[in-house]
Design a binder for this molecule. Sequence first.
Ligand SMILES: Nc1nc2c(c(=O)[nH]1)N[C@H]1C(S)=C(S)[C@@H](COP(=O)(O)O)O[C@H]1N2
Ligand SMILES: [Mo]
Length: 312
Amino acid sequence: MLIRHSDIILPSEITPPEIYRERRRFMQGMGALAAGAALGSMEEAHASVKLAGVRASAHTLDEDKTPYKDVTTYNNFYEFGTGKSDPAENAGSLKTRPWTVTVEGAVKQAKIWDIDALLKLAPLEERVYRMRCVEGWSMVIPWVGFPLSELLRRAEPTGNAKYVEFVTLNDPKQMPGQRSRVLDWPYVEGLRLDEAMHPLTLMAMGLYGEVLPNQNGAPIRLVVPWKYGFKSAKSIVKIRLVEKQPVSSWMKANPEEYGFYSNVNPQVDHPRWSQAKERRIGEFFKRDTQMFNGYASQVAQLYRGMDLKKFY
Ligand SMILES: Nc1nc2c(c(=O)[nH]1)N[C@H]1C(S)=C(S)[C@@H](COP(=O)(O)O)O[C@H]1N2
Ligand SMILES: [Mo]
């Protein structure tokens, strides 16, 4: 079978990259083409976690990337535990197929999208983004995804759509961390509609050219690089266009500490610690944190006239 450039080869279960690479090496030993043909489409699909047809993007950084190992083993994903290594250790229980994402609310075209249709919704792009956690660490991650605007546009938001709410899967059987009450499940986050439509706002389905590992929010997550990491909700099942500002899980858990906007801002400290500096994972010395995480020239106009100390 001829595989079109835009076609995605998906494993039914995600193969860890090391195993994938081993298998590739073995197949290359046999002669990759002959092996692929001999093993048939099932094995061929299983052998690859690479995302095909990924394009370069203008919205990308030329900065040293955080190693794959750190990106996939040092995570926050409270649905799998509150420790940094918990998601990598526990997220194997998450089933990412079948999976649907419902887009609903103040839209003309509400729709339940199958995850494999979302993979083909728009050209996949590689976007190297700087990510900053509110805890004071940062990474540079090569995401693969498409602009959220592509999806919202197709839903045709009505005049009542002022905000967008993102909802993570709620299933304690698959997500053992949800048996504890650290947050009010499901995990909910929100953006203003213009933030959601901004070209930098990404729906990520991969990283480092491969299908998103479960611990990073498979099969699909939000990525908003100028905001603290917790705005970038993982493993999304629902996107609701709404009139009123959503109340996020973090606002519910601690309204004194977490506001709706959560823009990276070295001048607005978290009540319990400074946000002036950050530690890039893998580096020893701290760096100065940049306004809007270094994306000010692209996003500052969204907040013109707003008191960023009040709307933190
Ligand atoms: N559903 C869900 N999404 C989430 C979180 C979470 O606990 N649950 N943690 C957030 C936080 S605090 C951060 S810093 C980023 C981390 O994403 P990464 O580990 O893939 O870099 O995910 C965010 N998205
Ligand atoms: Mo975070």
